[in-house]
Structure formats: C-alpha cells, structure tokens
Design a protein around this ligand. Structure first.
Ligand code: TPP
Ligand code: MG
Length: 918
C-alpha cells in the first residue's frame, strides 16, 4: 500500500500521463510522505536535533509549530498527526524503577491467577454449562495487581477512596484477590456462580444489588462502565465545586475491554471528559486484541485506532505496548526495521504470534527481514515466545499509572497491549479465538500453568485445579495486607451511608398543590416544576437536589430554574449571555446546580446514576430529578436504568411530555404510550401516572421519605403531561393519600343510581372519565363512580405478593389484595382509560373477575390535536361511554339496540380501523 502510494506520488511529481491520470487526485500529505531527497531530509533533521540539544524541547516545539503555520499559510495541507509510532509512550530513559517487592508481588499475582482460573474450571467440572471466564482476567492480572499494590486508594483520610470500574468478565480475579485478603471465604469461591445455595456463593459479575458490601458498579453490560465512569468523574468535580465534598486527588479508574470500545456508549462522551479537564479520570483499556468471536481489529491496529480517537478528543494517551525485554532489541536495532515490522503487522498477525509460539514468531515476524533475524539470533524460540507485551510488564504498567496520576490537564487513557488467556495454554485458549468462552483446561495445561507461575502444588493437585491456599502469616499475605493498609483499605468495597442526610418535608409543605389551582389551568408538568422549585428553595433539602436535563428545560417550562440555581459550568460563565438583561437569563456558574447535559439521555442517566448512588460512593445523600422526554427514556437508555437499579440508585425520573394522545402534533416518534410498560419491568422502580398536582405532591413527598429517610433501595418513574386543566384540591377523605400511594382511590363517586359502572382513569384520562361520568348520567341514567388510578404497577406488585402468600399457605384463610378489596366493594363493569397501552391497566385484570375493559393507546402515534388523537385511539370520553354501554348490554343491563344508536350519537364508528395496527 505504502509502496503503491509512493509510486503514484513519484509519477505524479514527474508529470507522467499514465493511467493514473484518471485516478482520483492524491492528497497533498501523501505526496509529501514520500522522501524525494533523503539527504536534504537528514540535514533538516540534524538541524532540528541540534536545536533540541542546545535550546531544549520548548524551542524545538516552537519551531515545529512555526513551520506548520508557515506550511498552512502556503496552502499545504499537512496530514493530521494523531498517531505516534507503535511504541511505548514512556521512553525507557524516563522510567522510574519499580517500587515495592516485585518478587512477592509476582507470587501474589500468580496465586490470584491460579485461583481465578480454578474457580471457573472447578465449577464447570461439577456443574457443566454454569459458565464463567478465565481468559479476560488472565490478560488483566498485571494491570490490576500493579494498581492494587501501588495506586488504588481504599480511602483518602476520612474520605472514600478511588472508584474502580472493573471489566465484568474479570470478576473471578477480583474474587480471588479478596479471598487472599480474607474478605471472602473458600466457601464463596467454591460456590462461584451458585448464589442460591445454603452457603451462597459469588455472583457471576459485579452487581451491587447482589453483593451490596462489595461491588460498587455494575459494568458487565458493555459500554456502561466507560460512560458512567466519565460522568462519575464529572459529578465528583460538581460536588467539589459546589462545596459539598472536600477536594481530594481521588481518581476514577475504568478498566475496559478493547472490544467493549465498539459500543457507541463507550466513546460517545469522551470529549466531555477532556472539555471538563477531568484529570481525576483514568481509562485503562486492556488491549488483548480480541473480543468474543475473534480479533477486535484483525486487519488493522486497535491500539493505533484508539490512540488517534482519544488524542483527537484531547485526552492524554499513554501506550504500553512492549515489555521491557523488547527494550534491548529496540536499542540494538539501528536499521529502524524492528519498528517498521511492528508497525506493518496487523492485529490478526499479532494474535497468531501468541497463539503459535516462538518458532513461528522467528519465522513470520523477525524472518521478514534478514537484519531482524540476526537481531534475535541469540534468543531461543522459547525466549521469543515469551517476549512480553507491555500490559504484562509491571514496571511498564507502573510507569504508565504514575504518569497518569501525575497528569494535570485532563483525562488519561492507557492503552495496554496484553494477551487474552495469558498463560492458559492451548486448551485455555491463550491468544486463540475461542479464548473468551474457554472454561476448561486440559490436565496437561493445568500442570504447565502451575509450573509456569511457580505455584507450589503437586501435579495431582494441579490437574484437579484445587484452590491454592497460602499459609497463614506467609510473607505474601503479610505484604498484601501491608500494601492495602498503606493505601487506605480494601477494594472494591461499597460502604453506603447508614443514616440518611435528607428529610422529606411534611406533606403540608406542598399546600399549594394540595389546595388545587382554583380557576387556573395548569399542566401536571407545571405542577411538578413548582414542586421542584419549592424543594430547591427549602434550605434543608434544596442544596442536595440535582436537577438533570438533556436540553429540554424550555419544553417543560423549567427555564426559571436557570436563574434560580444556575447551570453547572466548571469554568464559570466566560461570556456575557445575550439575554443577560432579562430576569431569567441563561446563568452558568461554577457552583451552578443544574446539570444541563445537552442532548444525551445516556449521559443524563449517567449523571443521575452518579447522584443517586452518591450515598454509597461519596457518603453524601444527593437527590436527582432527571426530567426528560418520556419517549426517550426507558426505550432508549433502558440498560443504563437497569444498571442504576442494580446499583441501588435513588431519585426521580420524570417522564415529561407523556402520553400518546396528550402530547400533540409530534407524532409517531415522540408520543409515548409504553414507557410505563417498560418501567414496570425494573424491580426497584416505582412508577406512577398521576393526574393532579396534589397526587404528585403526595408521591414525591413519600418518595423522599422512603428513599432517604427509610433508606429503601428504590427509585421513582413519574409521568407528567403538558395538557392544561384546573387542578382540584385534594379530597378531604383521609384515606386519599394512602390510596394515591397504593395506586387507586375514589375521586368522584356517583350519586346513587340503579345501573352502575366504574370508570378508572389515569393521568389526563381521568378528566375524560369525568366527562364520561357526566354523559352516562345525563343521557343514559347510568351512575358511574370515577377512580383515579395512579399506579397499576404498584397495584399489581401488591396483588402478586398477596397471591403468592395465598399460594404458599393453602391451609390458611386467604388474604385479599388492595385492588381486589377496592373492586369488590363496587358494582358493575370497570372501564379503565389510560394514555398508555392497554396492557398497563390489564396488569390488574387477574384480580377483577373479568370485569375490566381497558382502553389504551396501542399502536403508532400520529400528528394531530388531542381531540382527534383521542378519538383515533378510542380513549376519549365518548369511547369510555361506548365501552360502558357495550359492557352493560352484554350483561343484559342496557338495551343493545339503544347502545348501537348511542354509538352514532357519540361519533363512534364500529367499522373504523383498529388503531393498534393502523
Ligand atoms: C452490551 C453487551 N453486549 C454483549 C455482551 C457479551 N459479551 C461479553 S464479553 C464480550 C467480549 C468482550 O471483549 P472485550 O471487551 O475485548 O473484553 P476482553 O474479555 O477481551 O478483555 C461480549 C461480546 C455484553 N456483556 N454486553
Ligand atoms: Mg479484548
């Protein structure tokens, strides 16, 4: 390829008119990449070297910049230089020696290597198919152990220490270390991936939900770790800049897979990290060149690709490619051919070198150039096979970490080249495409492994992959504890606040909402913004609130908050905003409170996660309110929300512009009729669909109480709409608040009448139910009770738990769920209307004895006004009336012919196309 370009360049320069003339023009920078006058080049380079020697790097760099500007003004398009040579970034001359006791550390690491492998191999012998991974940790061991022995801080003074995001598939290695530290028992190791036993074992991957004292961050779904780590580092600065957290040099370390970097979330926010100069953030990308199926970039170089992307984004990039045993070869190679060979090999070849061993490396790597063969003639094939990659050399890794923590201008990424399945042999998949899924090893490879890593055990023990149990008080274990104590404690560890720091205000605090809006028509979104504003102004709770918005504040009428509490901007406001003269100007401030994230729901959720788990990571209670377009929540970033739940996150997700018929005009992509369905799938998510301001106040007040005072691990999803109507005062019945929280209460009973029907409404559909109540009464003499259903999913959860109890206690008197009790005390068919899918009310159908008819918004949305949308989806008052008449007719309580006639008057077309498939 390079030669071809050079040839093309030469012929172009010579003005030849060959067939090349018809080919696309060669970019200028490729023309200048061929050396037309080597002698002249050498002279220039020597002159520059001289300046570097005499006047230092600053002057040398100045001159290069000046030349580059000159070239630019002469119209010469220099190639963007985002890559450095395929060498370690830190030169050998600049390295510091390895501190500590490398020999002891190596033995500790080898014990961990062995046990991490043994726990997976053993499990799969006794319980085939239980799974687990051995190859990921094998490639990562040195990268982690250097960190554990010298860098990762368990605490910083009285502050929590560094935050570690770990590759999920390397969990066995983390457990194996915790075992040596005495933090988990042998029984735990023996029951890896067997969590449901008398002696429960260890979870497959990092899950704070399952191991709440141990794991901090759920990472195993690829891409969550990198994005969450970036926003975590930013949130740390936010807390510091707002004076809520003392400034420390705590770091966020994120250990990531090279394959994982393909997830769009992984790299999607890297410019935020550099823009915010997050020097508290270190990415370590374990470049073992493989993912699950095969090479990450067989035909090119993942390290060079990542280097260019991160450098382009303004990160400090440190490449750790070659181990120390290459230093001598590089130093002795005067031809430059070794670097050339390193650079011309693609990752697929590097993988083969490791899979096929020393003789192959000699022939295929060094053998390409006779000079290189000569360079290694003193080395045996075994020596060549054992030439280390940088990520397996503690000294190289130590120097990279040291440089990373000392770098003060922004985030650092370390690109460490490793071998997937390092040391596991052919059966364990070392360097092979099957490495990721390998869970078993041959007896021969187990023996080789134990020999290679100097484990003191018999061949028989090795073949059985028994756990390595160091003796009490052996120097390795003493050293391991000594290092961790020097670094402030053990990691990972999750130590949440025992007692809450936020108290819910009394319900009366929200008297504005409880009193109703009088004649004023407002939306539930406006009511919510008032609630948020009141809370922000309340000194006892206000500063702990984190309003998070993905560029939609004006849509929701939240712009008054800009002025009230300011938008967080780490550099303050460096410009005078154009609207500075206006009261509600766009105020950015270093201690601003709002996280105005721009158009990233994923980033906003990552901020929500950092805020809603701050009680565990920083031991400070923070209360996020993440307000977003409801359509772009659960369905777009569901996996981040799932991880938030796993991390025991607290806070409020506010799905604004909710409802498939309430949000008008926007159409199919925007009208949300299913986020409540998706929300119901998350076990710790309490979702509500309130209609009125006082319902919202009751839910928010109780939510704060449960999450922050009672320390329950849950979060809330609440839909808020943009339809304006008068907000009634809260009914006087003292049972109403409990009904709101449980999910249903009677809002307006009928005056007694002979034929009865129950109308259930949620969100703005409650008003449609009230209109239907009137029509039924006035035109058909049917009396309808109207109920507000604030949460079908909460009703269902309670009903399921009661049903389960009944199932498990057949000999005892059966209990009744709340929804069943409510329904049994009423008469007639139940017509439920929702702006969400019919399956939302259907959640409680099993306990309603066939009485339920659900009207909902199944199908794709449309652009139109509310009236037409509600007619289209058959959820308007007329459709509710028609459904009531239809059900009563079938029960023989209403004349069917009259019902059909009423349909015509109501404007119902029985032959209309089903909106569910329209
Ligand atoms: C979102 C998501 N998709 C797919 C997977 C399944 N998966 C687990 S590990 C893996 C490959 C990981 O490769 P890499 O990131 O390079 O890590 P390595 O084990 O090589 O260090 C895949 C595809 C997952 N965990 N998450
Ligand atoms: Mg990989």
């Amino acid at each position: 390829m390079g030669d071809q370009i050079a040839m093309q360049a030469k012929s172009k320069l010579a003005g030849e008119t060959s067939e090349l003339a018809s080919e696309p023009a060669i970019p200028r920078h490729e023309l200048i990449s061929s050396d037309a006058d080597p002698q002249e080049t050498v002279e220039w380079l020597e002159a520059w070297d001289q300046i570097l020697d005499d006047k230092g790097p600053e002057r040398a760099s100045y001159l290069l910049n000046a030349l580059s500007s000159r070239a630019h003004s002469a119209g010469i398009d220099l190639p963007p230089k985002l890559n450095t040579p395929y060498l370690n970034t830190i030169r050998k001359e600049d390295e510091v020696p390895y501190p500590g006791n490398p020999a002891l550390e190596r033995r500790i690491k080898n014990m961990i290597r062995w046990n991490a492998m043994a726990m997976v191999v053993q499990q799969n012998k006794s319980d085939p198919g239980i799974g687990g991974h051995i190859a990921t940790y094998a490639s990562l061991a040195t990268l982690l152990e250097v960190g554990f022995n010298h860098f990762f801080r368990g605490s910083i003074g009285d502050q929590p220490g560094d935050l570690l995001y770990l590759q999920g598939h390397a969990a066995p290695g983390i457990y194996a270390r915790a075992f040596l530290e005495g933090r988990i028992s042998l029984k735990h190791l023996e029951n890896f991936r067997h969590e449901l036993r008398d002696n429960p074992g260890l979870s497959s991957y990092p899950h704070p939900w399952l191991m709440p004292d141990f794991w901090q961050f759920p990472t195993v779904s690829m891409g969550l770790g990198p994005l969450n780590a970036i926003y975590q580092a930013r949130f740390m600065r936010y807390l510091e800049n707002r004076g809520l957290l003392p400034v420390t040099d705590r770091k966020v370390w994120a250990f990531l897979g090279d394959g994982e970097m393909d997830e769009p979330e992984s790299m999607g926010s890297i410019t935020l990290a550099s823009r915010e100069r997050l020097d508290n953030l270190i990415f370590v990308i374990n470049c073992n060149l493989q993912r699950l199926d095969g090479p990450v970039r067989g035909n090119s170089s993942i390290i060079q690709e990542l280097e260019a992307a991160f450098r382009g984004a303004g990160w400090n990039v440190i490449k750790v490619i070659w181990g120390g045993d290459w230093d001598d070869l590089l130093a002795r190679d005067n031809s430059g051919l070794l670097l050339k060979r390193m650079e011309e090999c693609v990752d697929g070849e590097f993988q083969s070198f490791k899979a096929k061993g020393g003789a192959y490396i000699r022939e295929e790597f060094f053998g390409k150039y006779p000079q290189l063969l000569k360079l290694v003639e003193h080395l045996s094939d075994d020596d060549l096979g054992n030439l280390h990659r940088g990520g397996h050399d503690p000294r190289k890794v130590y120097n990279a970490y040291k440089a990373a923590i000392e770098y003060e201008h922004g985030p650092t990424v370390i690109l460490a080249k490793t071998v997937k399945g390092y040391g596991l042999g052919a059966s364990g998949g070392e360097g092979r495409n099957l490495a990721h899924q390998s869970k078993k090893m041959s007896e021969e490879d187990l023996e080789l492994f134990s020999e290679r890593f100097g484990l003191q055990m018999s061949d028989e023990q090795a073949k059985k992959a028994v756990f390595y149990l160091p003796e009490d008080g052996c120097p390795e274990i003493a050293y391991l504890h000594e290092r961790r104590q020097a670094l402030g404690g053990y990691l990972p560890a999750r130590v949440p606040l025992a007692e809450g720091q936020i108290k819910a205000p009394p319900l009366q605090f929200f008297k504005e909402q409880l009193q109703g809006s009088g004649d004023r028509e407002v939306s539930s979104t406006m009511a919510y913004v008032r609630i948020l504003t009141q809370l922000l102004k309340e000194p006892a709770i206000g500063p702990r609130i984190v309003p998070i918005i993905p560029d939609e504040a004006r849509t929701f009428g939240m712009e008054s908050l800009f002025r009230l509490v300011g938008i967080y901007a780490s550099q303050g406001q460096l410009y005078r905003p154009h609207d500075a003269d206006v009261f509600l100007y766009y105020k950015e401030a270093k201690d601003g409170q709002i996280l105005e994230e721009g158009i990233t729901e994923a980033g906003s959720m990552a901020s929500t996660t950092a805020a809603g788990t701050a009680y565990a990571n920083y031991r400070i209670d923070m209360l996020p309110f993440f307000t977003y377009y409801s359509m772009f929540g659960f369905q777009r970033i569901g996996d981040f929300i799932w991880a938030f739940a796993d991390a025991r996150g607290k806070g409020f997700l506010m799905g604004a512009t909710a409802g498939r018929t309430t949000l008008i005009g926007e159409g199919l992509q925007h009208q949300d009729g299913h986020s409540l369905v998706l929300a119901s799938t998350v076990p710790t998510c309490a979702s509500y669909d309130p209609a009125y301001a006082y319902e919202l106040a009751v839910i928010v007040q109780d939510g704060i109480r449960r999450m922050y005072e009672l320390r329950e691990d849950l979060f809330y999803y609440i839909t808020v709409y943009n339809e304006n109507y008068t907000m009634p005062p809260m009914p006087e019945d003292p049972a109403v608040p409990q009904g709101i929280l449980k999910g249903i209460y009677c809002f307006k009973a009928s005056s007694s009448g002979k034929t009865k029907v129950q109308l259930w409404g949620s969100g703005p559909m409650l008003n449609e139910a009230l209109r239907a109540q009137q029509i039924l009464n006035e035109q058909h003499k049917i009396s309808a009770d109207v109920w507000s259903v604030t949460s079908y999913s909460e009703l269902r959860r309670e009903a399921l738990s009661v049903e389960r109890w009944n199932r498990l206690h057949p000999a005892e008197a059966s209990r009744k769920s709340y929804v069943q009790t409510v329904a049994e005390n009423t008469e007639g068919p139940i017509i439920a209307a929702t702006d969400y899918m019919k399956i939302v009310p259907d959640q409680v159908a099993p306990w309603l004895g066939g009485r339920l008819t659900s009207l909902g918004t199944d199908g794709f949305g449309r652009s139109d006004n509310r009236e037409n949308l509600r007619r289209h989806f058959e959820v308007n008052a007329q459709s509710i009336v028609a459904a009531a008449l239809s059900e009563l007719s079938r029960l023989g309580k209403f004349n069917a012919k009259k019902a059909a006639q009423a349909f015509t008057e109501l404007g119902i077309d029985p032959e209309k196309k089903d909106p569910a498939i329209a």
